[in-house]
Design a protein around this ligand. Structure first.
Ligand SMILES: *Cc1c(COP(=O)(O)O)cnc(C)c1O
Ligand SMILES: [Zn+2]
Length: 396
């Protein structure tokens, strides 16, 4: 396995044992906990210049990643723009508002960052087939990266997932099992299938230790795009929490390396129709309870049982952020607001971040000089039918 100099192994977030990455493709072999890539930061001598101009997309940060660009499975993911949103800033009464536009990634969502890293790891483990259960976008990304790497992919996806996701998994030549129901049903079918196929390499959320590692680069880029100033707040549409956990880790790394001196407040935005993280945060719990009747138009965050909730809740707590839920009606309205006031095409799932930020502003969580970053985790055009239906329901 080819790894970068500072990468020292995978640390279990539960029992804290450190494992050799070459021998551990998934969860902790001892306790089943989530594994987290670890680095020797003291051995690194990085300055802002280290990252400028080197490598492609997110691989510019290879010194802070497990694998070097030379072995990367990549479609030039990352390097997405941070778009100013002055009209939204005015509406919310904050200093600056930016939209990190992850819709500009190869398959239209930030899932590409996670799959670039996870499929690179799969290649380093000599995998021939990757497998996952997905609400949709991760499956599309995984099938694209598998195609790029010359691997097979096995995706378990619920009937509820969007047509675009299913169509593009086919187009990339991936194997797809469409499971009646929701993400939990797809997960159960995946569990059954992988039990029969121990040779499959899992790239499922927080089974592979690398998806949050790929997604953490969103925070590096954001800080770099703000000339190494930290934003005060980052609002993130939260499902499994991969991106939130990754970005919070990235912020702690930049602080550890002396490139910044604080942490941005991380806010988990969810829909009122499926808000296990918000409920757990508000009750002060250490972990979530599964949401019984998930029901939201925001497919990417309709995750009733996010297994990494202790890590998500820790990140919210440690960063001084929190959690916010808004109804689907307001989320759909927020997608229109952003498209019409700023011209940015925001996905429906992602608009939970906008709608959540509107609510946080009303509740006085943001200062009038604060800088707020919203994550547009996926392209609005992937949800064109849903957003347009909402418009039509208003008689427009
Ligand atoms: C997967 C997904 C999310 C949620 O991502 P997590 O990191 O698992 O919380 C948000 N938005 C979109 C568009 C997604 O596809
Ligand atoms: Zn463990």
């Amino acid at each position: 396995m080819e790894t970068t100099d500072a990468f020292t192994g995978l640390r279990c977030t539960d029992c804290e044992t450190l494992f050799d990455a070459a021998e551990t493709p998934g969860r902790c072999p001892d306790c089943g906990g989530i594994l987290d890539p670890e680095y020797d930061y003291d051995a690194l001598d990085v300055t802002p210049e280290t990252f400028s101009g080197e490598g492609r997309g997110l691989w510019r940060y290879e010194s802070l990643l497990p694998f070097p660009e030379s072995v990367a499975v990549t479609l030039d993911e990352g390097n997405t723009p941070l778009v100013e949103a002055p009209n939204l800033a005015e509406e919310l009464g904050v200093g600056q508002m930016y939209i990190k536009d992850e819709g500009r990634n190869p398959t239209g969502t930030f899932k590409d960052r996670g799959q670039a890293m996870a499929v690179t790891a799969a290649a380093q483990h000599d995998a021939e087939t990757i497998a996952l259960a997905t609400a949709g976008n991760a499956g599309q990304a995984a099938s694209a990266y598998a195609a790029n790497a010359g691997m097979d992919s096995e995706t378990f996806i619920p009937t509820r997932a969007s047509f675009i996701n299913k169509a593009m998994i086919n187009v990339h030549g991936g194997e797809m099992t469409v499971v009646e129901g929701r993400i939990g049903d797809a997960g159960a079918a995946y569990d059954d299938a992988i039990a029969d196929h121990p040779e499959w390499h899992s790239v499922k959320t927080f089974v592979t230790p690398y998806r949050h590692e790929g997604k953490k680069t969103m925070l590096y880029e954001t800080v770099e795009q703000l000339d190494w100033e930290l934003p005060d707040h980052v609002v993130y549409p939260t499902g499994g929490g991969v991106g939130l956990v990754g970005m919070h880790k990235a912020a702690t790394e930049l602080r550890e390396l002396g490139l910044t001196d604080d942490l941005p407040a991380m806010w988990a935005a969810q829909s009122e129709g499926c808000a296990p993280i918000v409920k757990a945060f508000e009750s002060g719990a250490d972990e979530h309870e599964p949401w019984e009747q998930p029901d939201t138009i925001c497919g990417g965050i309709e995750i009733p049982d996010p297994g990494a909730s202790p890590l998500i809740l820790d990140a919210l707590e440690e960063s001084g952020g929190g959690a916010v839920a808004t109804p689907d009606e307001e989320i759909l309205e927020a997608a229109l607001t952003v498209a019409q006031k700023e011209g940015v095409e925001m996905g429906v799932t992602c608009s939970a971040a906008t709608s959540g930020a509107q609510k946080l502003a009303q509740e006085g969580e943001f200062g009038e000089d604060d800088t707020v970053v919203l994550l547009n985790t996926g392209a609005g055009s992937k949800d064109a039918d849903v957003i347009r239906s909402h418009l039509m329901s208003k008689g427009i």
